[in-house]
Design a protein around this ligand. Structure first.
Ligand SMILES: Cc1cc2nc3c(=O)[nH]c(=O)nc-3n(C[C@H](O)[C@H](O)[C@H](O)COP(=O)(O)OP(=O)(O)OC[C@H]3O[C@@H](n4cnc5c(N)ncnc54)[C@H](O)[C@@H]3O)c2cc1C
Length: 505
């Protein structure tokens, strides 16, 4: 079946979903829900999957984009979580999304704040992480091992580091996805290629063991989708549909720094947080030239917003911490934008082994996922992380459909994972993989579509997103199919091009 998602397909599949009974209804189309739709559809089950907004509307687009090997979980004794992360990273790097996920280098600068003993412990940790890599079967060619660099070499990779007192740096490697929202789009399209009905702008109002009451957010129509099993994959919002699921959301903020704010940065940075022994701020250079700096971890009380805001206190904190490692402090003028996401941390002892820490710090809560069956028979899958979406999806489908055949997704390539044609520009190859030629063909057929909109993104990519990636409005195009919208002035400048692209549906 075709993997293309667009307004016309949504219309006809919505009509079918009103009358058919499907094997599985998945609610929520972040990485977990899109992964569950793919897992179920590729086992031969009939699937409908709904999201109240858009693909990747929730936490999945606000991550640091790391495909972690799980080193930090080892440090806190969570060996099972660490192993699962290393195995899932291997699957993404080698089999399922080699076009979207690649190794990225990180430097931990050995500043006077990092004692020699601490540096030795950190290096031992990196070596342990490298052993996990090897045990998971990931070749060094795809993920190099750690090493110690002299100060001069560290400064060539990160010229903005403060040279004064720099003893060198620890170099480590981990996986990174080019864009978390693109991973979700690839999952949803691959699920669609296996026959799943992917229905955005459809809000589940109430769940039962045999389906959901759903509202089409474009028309206001309410109807039922009937299903033999229901999976709630609504992340941080899961408790709104299944009240027995208790979560302790935690806000994580990233800054978007202007290209060049940290010079010609060729590696990410782990910047020690003053006063904390094993916690680091992250500096993450992006392929589009922007640099993200994160990451806070603050418990969030009260109602859960659709789009969380990054408070000024988080911005100031991050500027200060990152500035400690640089030769010139960062200022508010270096910040082009900021974004925040809510971690759906599982916080009840009865749900999973995630006891609340005595001081209530969410940073100490387990990143393990939970699959919970509520009294009404709905299966909720929550917690975990982007890296382990596939395992979460498999566990959820196993629980919801115990008689289904085994999961196939560990080796199932996502759309775009095939060979890239020679001569394909690197930027397109990293975002579209084997489909890059088709995006290029759009530009060749109509040179006006080769015009750049922002960050090197062309009008053709917007048209491609409308025709094949399920973008229904300008927000989908600017905020999720591309990330132009992370910087408000870039978004405003690109809005007319996005609106024009919608006419190509
Ligand atoms: C700041 C931050 C940084 C992170 N960095 C990393 C990282 O680098 N690497 C990593 O592996 N993990 C990371 N994580 C964790 C990871 O991002 C999340 O665990 C993961 O994205 C959660 O995905 P999800 O699909 O479960 O939830 P979501 O992505 O939130 O998806 C839930 C979906 O449900 C939909 N929904 C809600 N209510 C309804 C309803 N009633 N009807 C229909 N749909 C509904 C929402 O619109 C949303 O699209 C990070 C998390 C945060 C917050």
């Amino acid at each position: 079946m075709n993997s293309s998602l667009n307004a016309a397909r949504r219309r006809w599949e919505l009509d079918e979903a009103r009358t058919d009974v499907v094997d599985v209804l998945v609610v929520g189309l972040g990485a977990t829900g899109a992964g569950a739709a793919l897992d179920a559809a590729s086992r031969g089950l009939s699937v409908a999957a709904v999201d109240a907004h858009d693909l990747a509307f929730g936490t999945s687009r606000w991550s640091s984009k790391l495909i972690h090997g799980g080193l930090r979980y080892l440090a806190s004794g969570q060996v099972g979580v660490a192993w699962e992360s290393a195995v899932e990273r291997d699957a993404l790097l080698r089999f399922t999304a080699p076009h979207l996920v690649a190794a990225h280098p990180y430097l931990l600068p050995l500043t006077p704040d990092v004692a020699r003993g601490q540096a030795a412990t950190l290096m031992a940790g990196y070596r342990l992480g490298d052993a996990l890599r090897a045990a998971a079967g990931t070749p060094r060619r795809l993920l190099p091992g750690p090493s110690r660099l002299a100060a001069g070499r560290a400064l060539t990779l990160a010229p903005s580091l403060r040279a004064d007192g720099l003893r060198g740096a620890l170099l480590s490697w981990d996986g990174r996805v080019v864009d978390d929202a693109r991973l979700v789009v690839a999952l949803a399209r691959t699920a669609a290629a296996h026959g799943a009905r992917i229905l955005t702008r459809c809000r589940a109002l109430a769940l039962t063991r045999d389906g959901a009451r759903v509202r089409d957010e474009l028309t206001g129509d309410e109807f039922d989708i009937r299903a033999r099993a229901v999976i709630n994959a609504t992340g941080v919002w899961a408790g709104e549909l299944t009240p027995s699921v208790a979560l302790r959301p935690s806000r994580g903020t990233h800054l978007v720094l202007r290209p060049g704010a940290l010079g010609a940065l060729r590696a990410g940075l782990h910047v020690p947080i003053p006063g904390e022994r094993a916690r680091f701020a992250l500096v993450l250079p992006q392929a589009d030239g922007r640099v993200y700096a994160g990451l806070t971890d603050e418990p969030l009380g009260g109602p859960i917003p659709d789009v969380p805001e990054a408070p000024e206190s988080d911005v100031t904190f991050l500027l200060e911490v990152v500035g400690t490692a640089l030769d010139r402090p960062l200022s508010r003028a270096d910040v082009a934008g900021a974004f925040a996401g809510l971690r759906p941390l599982v916080g009840t002892a009865d749900a999973v082994d995630a006891p609340a820490s005595p001081d209530g710090r969410t940073a100490d809560l387990s990143r393990r996922h939970a699959v919970l069956r509520s009294p009404d028979g709905v299966v909720t899958v929550v917690g975990g992380k982007l890296t382990t979406y596939r395992r979460m999806a498999e566990d959820a489908v196993d629980a919801a459909c115990p008689h289904a055949r085994p999961s196939r997704t560990a080796r199932l390539p996502l759309v775009g994972a095939g060979p890239v044609r020679p001569g394909t520009p690197g930027r397109l190859a990293r975002r579209y993989g084997s489909e890059a030629w088709a995006v290029r063909d759009l530009m060749r057929a109509d040179p006006a579509l080769a015009e750049p909109v922002a960050l090197g993104i062309t009008r053709a990519e917007l048209v491609w997103a409308v025709r094949h990636e399920g973008a229904l409005d300008a927000g989908d195009l600017l905020d999720r199919r591309t990330r132009i919208g992370l910087v408000p002035e870039d978004r405003a400048a690109a809005l007319p091009a996005a609106e024009a692209a919608l006419a190509y549906s």
